[in-house]
Design a binder for this molecule. Structure first.
Ligand code: ZN
Length: 470
């Protein structure tokens, strides 16, 4: 494929213009090329003249929009022209009538084209999308492009509402509030528009920009934070633009803080959870287990073929027994669901992730087949998320407490991408305590004595895991 390039230089080459007019006019059919171009009141010529195609004027992209202070990009692989000015970006694909203006699809009457090795774009569509004024003088056949009113004068100085005068780093006393960063301003931090938090990677960072602010001299430009259980390694502040202060939080892992603004809007607090790879469950003086009994009364399916057992009911009953056993050992228990409701998986994870839970244990029973007939599979199994070494240890521990004492068929320790074990930040497992689609095993699942026994194994495995990490 022939490589196309955009003109890199503003060239006033009368000779070329003449050659172009003379040589190419008839080849374009309904195209006329006797068009003049005026930019901010001055008549200009480029090496390729504007032309009118089906009543729409096409102009050379780089020559026109760079002269106006815009930026023009060209992707030769995908034939994409990008024109940006201020906060607006227009993306055009050669020979396509669909353009994107700040990501939104718009239809143009004529597409951008490559003519005589130059990228020609519809001036009215692109210009107006970028806020320029486009005019047409029929008598002189002149197309004019003007910067927005006032733009060709001196730019107005940026408005400064106040300064960011304090950035402090503090160690919290719990897993969910491990590291607290407080940013204070002498004016509401939202004065120049909403602050803009942003997660960046490679390396992992969390960034907040405050428009309309300067960095006060009392605010530290850089602070490092030396706590092995903190996700934060340092905080930096700089005057990114004349009127924008940027706060950068350097992170040891990708994590998002809870962001809160004080009622007077002068203080923004970023609260980071404990580093997920750090695991010393008694560090904050308490052991906390998030118990997640699966499903709810309204969950479709999830019942024995004869309808005598709903899975959620079994899950709840076992979870409450596990809760009582753990509480008797002095462990705090957080339930991700209450009553019969079917809380969404995302919400279950959020509840656990916003808590001080050390581990997450999801309690389920298994099913096989369509659910309308009894099937033969039986047995017990446990899942962890493949990349979690601690999740694997927790699974091993609960497995070993259950097997072989329970007499259940051992289906083993497995990995999976189940939502709740993937999206929780602490070591997490999901236990399948036997099959309610098996006619014999469902009778066990319905038995209160058997449920108590399974709960005891679960609780024992959890305590064994904690004891190994004290
Ligand atoms: Zn289930």
């Amino acid at each position: 494929m022939k490589k196309r390039i955009l003109p890199r230089k503003w060239m006033i080459t009368a000779l070329l213009l003449v050659a172009f007019l003379g040589g190419s006019m008839t080849a374009f059919g309904e195209t006329s090329t006797d068009v003049k171009l005026e930019i901010n009141g001055s008549l200009v010529a480029s090496d390729v003249a504007p032309l009118i195609k089906n009543e729409y004027t096409l102009v050379p992209a780089r020559a026109v929009f760079e002269a106006l202070g815009g930026k023009v990009g060209w992707d030769a692989q995908s034939y994409i022209v990008t024109v940006s000015y201020d906060d607006t970006q227009v993306v055009l694909t050669i020979d396509s009538n669909i353009a994107q203006v700040n990501g939104e699809n718009k239809t143009m009457q004529v597409p951008a084209e490559i003519i005589d090795d130059r990228t020609m774009i519809p001036v009215r569509f692109v210009g107006e999308s970028l806020g320029f004024e486009i005019g047409w003088d029929d008598a002189t056949r002149t197309v004019s492009v003007d910067s927005p009113a006032g733009e060709d004068q001196e730019e107005a100085p940026p408005v400064i509402y106040g300064s960011v005068n304090g950035i402090s780093l503090q160690k919290g006393s719990s897993k969910s509030q491990n590291t607290i960063i407080t940013i204070t301003g002498d004016a509401p931090l939202t004065s120049g528009g909403d602050y803009e938090p942003l997660s960046l990677s490679e390396p992992d960072r969390f960034v907040v920009d405050f428009s309309g602010f300067t960095l006060g001299s009392s605010a530290a430009a850089s602070q490092s934070f030396q706590h092995e259980d903190s996700a934060v390694s340092s905080v930096r502040a700089n005057q990114m633009e004349e009127d924008v202060v940027r706060i950068v939080v350097d992170l040891k892992e990708a994590t998002t803080p809870t962001v809160s603004l004080s009622s007077d809007k002068k203080t923004l607090t970023l609260t980071f959870r404990q580093l997920s790879t750090y695991f010393k469950p008694m560090d904050d003086g308490k052991l906390v287990v998030a118990l997640d009994p699966g499903h709810g009364a309204s969950t479709g399916g999830k019942r024995s073929p004869d309808g005598s057992l709903l899975e959620y009911e079994f899950n709840r009953a076992v979870a409450y027994k596990v809760r009582d056993l753990l509480q008797a050992q002095g462990v705090e228990v957080l339930m991700t669901v209450n009553g019969d409701e079917d809380t969404s998986l995302a919400e279950r994870c959020e509840i656990a992730n916003n808590s001080d839970a050390d581990i997450f244990v999801s309690i389920h029973a298994n099913a096989f087949g369509s659910g309308s007939e009894w099937t033969s599979p039986t047995g017990w199994e446990i899942y962890y998320y493949a990349t979690s070494a601690l999740g694997k240890q927790l699974a091993q521990s609960i497995h070993d407490a259950t097997m072989p004492e329970s007499g259940m068929k051992d289906r083993g320790i497995k990995t999976s991408n189940f939502y709740v074990i993937k999206n929780t930040v602490m070591p997490a497992v999901l236990i399948e305590h036997g099959f309610y689609t098996n006619e014999e095993e469902v009778e066990l699942l319905k038995s209160d004595a058997w449920r108590s026994k399974m709960a005891q194994y679960d609780a024992q495995g959890i305590m064994d895991f904690f004891n190994a990490h004290m």
